[in-house]
Design a protein around this ligand. Structure first.
Ligand code: ATP
Length: 514
């Protein structure tokens, strides 16, 4: 498992800025809250993540096709999807610190503290009882643990009812009753809890009198649902089939303090899989497994991922879970897998008056397909990769190197070409190799500074291979190729360089392992 502490996120944010991965948006104006720009390295890493996702979903699945829908959609879309009426977060302000929180998050953090007390009791008991310790029995019989668990269940139940019925006083009562304090000021001086709709709106049309209120899409999924029939008919798709999409989404998040984990403008990679009603659980299991495999395939230690099954299901879902990742802030949602029944197509059918059904030849009847969706935030995936790959190593000679061990096929540059000196024909030889490799992969070329410094810079941006051109190259057409992770250098002929790098860095090597 990756070792994380509270400084890790700070260090990653600093590193990401220093090396051109992520900048605050409009940095010269001191940034804009929860908006970020991807820099010269960041955009390459982001594009590689997209390519891995897109190819694994669309290219490798015969029955999945992609679309690219507009961000602006007919306003009724959001009425039908439930976002106009129910895409709300309960917010609460602390009157002393003037900080704003999501009331449900404050309560969840409080529950996590009670959960931690249970874990402590269990660790203590496990030490005491040794081999014979039965955790299940201990949870069921130890009065203190039972008490904590009952409290968690009661609070969860009350929170669920308050959110479902929109009776926000319930949340306020929990916060008061449990004596939850503002993490910043320690004060318990809270305002009422209010609903806050997360959709950004704007006006379409140039004249005020005929302008229409429209929304920036808060998820890409609805662009897929409204195109279900277009794609099914024109692609002559047979159930089960999927539609995939990568695109921007916008949410006016109440709090957005965790770098690119929670942004107001972000990117989603979603796939809606349309199935025959009754077969959704089978497909839900399939997609749960496939998606976890997709992550595991990157070679990041597997105990950094876990499933979190939703116990409080949305009214239209019949199963849902998250894949959580061990971010520097702890385990948090990276991706969601949801079985959404016929809720979305059914709602659009009602609001549009158009039939959104499937004619099943075998059964000779029409029905509304069910949907299983997989939805991952591209920016969260980017942060997961950065946090898993950022390492500060102490070397044998006592010096330090900062290295990004980005899974090689996702690295921004695959190779750095480094002539040992900027004279004697070495740059020309280097550029000759560069001109051959750049048709196949992203390369970088550097001739300034000592070779040691140049290696460090490549380590810091995660370049898997550095090829050094030296005087021997001119004689026998061989180069040294250095591996980022082991720092080992081997001498190979120039003719072998491309295949050597591609064997470890091409996206297809990853895809073949799926
Ligand atoms: P959370 O509970 O963290 O707010 P969510 O359950 O609202 O997330 P979904 O609506 O299921 O998220 O969206 C699917 C995916 O989109 C999430 O798993 C996450 O990776 C990503 N995502 C959602 N909101 C944001 C955001 N504000 N910034 C970045 N990524 C986001």
């Amino acid at each position: 498992m990756i070792k994380q502490d509270e400084n890790t996120l700070k260090n990653i944010v600093g590193h990401a800025k220093e090396y051109g991965f992520v900048f605050p948006s409009s940095d010269i104006y001191d940034g804009l809250a929860a908006a970020y720009d991807y820099g010269q390295q960041g955009v390459l890493l982001k594009n590689n993540i997209k390519e891995y996702w897109w190819k694994s979903m669309v290219q490798l699945h015969e029955n999945i096709v992609g679309i690219d829908a507009a961000i602006f959609m007919h306003p009724t879309t959001w009425k039908a999807s439930g976002h106009v009426d129910a895409f709300n977060d309960p917010l609460i302000d602390n009157k002393d610190s003037k900080k704003r929180y999501r009331a449900d998050n404050l309560i969840e953090d409080h529950l996590a503290k009670i959960e931690a007390k249970i874990d402590k009791e269990i660790t203590k008991a496990a030490d005491r009882f040794g081999e014979s310790f039965d955790e299940k029995q201990y949870r069921e019989t130890n009065p203190r643990v039972k008490g904590y668990q009952e409290k968690i269940d009661q609070i969860n139940e009350k929170m669920k009812i308050s959110i479902e019925t929109g009776q926000l006083e319930g949340l306020r009562e929990i916060i008061e009753g449990e004596g939850i304090a503002c993490p910043l000021s320690g004060s318990k001086n809270w305002t009422e809890v209010r609903q806050f709709n997360l959709m950004f709106s704007t006006e379409m049309g140039s004249l005020a009198e005929d302008a229409n209120k429209i929304y920036l899409r808060p998820e890409t999924a609805q662009g897929i649902f409204v195109n279900y029939l277009n794609v099914q008919k024109t692609g002559r798709m047979k159930l089960p089939f999927g539609i995939a999409q990568i695109g921007k989404a916008f949410r006016n998040e109440i709090i957005a303090r965790q770098f690119i984990f929670r942004m107001r403008e972000f990117e989603q990679m979603e796939m809606q899989f349309f199935v025959k009603p009754g077969e959704e659980m089978e497909w839900y299991e399939y997609w749960k497994n496939f998606r976890l495999k997709w992550h595991a395939n990157l070679g990041i230690e597997s105990d950094n991922y876990r499933f979190h099954d939703h116990l409080n299901l949305a009214h239209y879902a019949n199963a849902a879970c998250d894949i959580e990742f061990n971010f520097p802030m702890g385990f948090k949602e990276l991706e969601g897998i949801h079985s959404r029944t016929d809720f979305d197509l059914g709602a659009h059918e009602k609001h549009s008056g158009k039939k959104l059904q499937y004619f099943d030849n075998q059964e000779n009847r029409s029905y509304t397909p069910y949907v299983v969706e997989t939805s991952i935030g591209l920016d969260r995936m980017f942060l997961a990769i950065l946090s898993a790959s950022y390492q500060v190593e102490v070397l044998e000679d006592g010096s330090e190197r900062t290295v990004l061990r980005i899974p090689k096929p996702l690295a921004p540059y695959k190779v750095a070409i480094l002539p040992l000196t900027a004279k004697d024909g070495l740059p020309e030889k280097g550029r000759e190799l560069l001109n051959e490799l750049r048709f196949e992969m992203d390369c970088t070329y550097e001739e300034k500074d000592s070779i040691g410094k140049r290696y460090r810079r490549q380590d810091a941006i995660g370049t898997p291979f550095s090829v050094t051109i030296d005087h021997q190259t001119l004689e026998d057409n061989t180069v040294t190729i250095r591996d980022r992770d082991s720092m080992e250098q081997v001498r190979i002929s120039v003719a072998e360089v491309k295949a050597h790098i591609q064997a470890q860095t091409s996206i297809s090597t990853l895809l073949k392992k799926l």
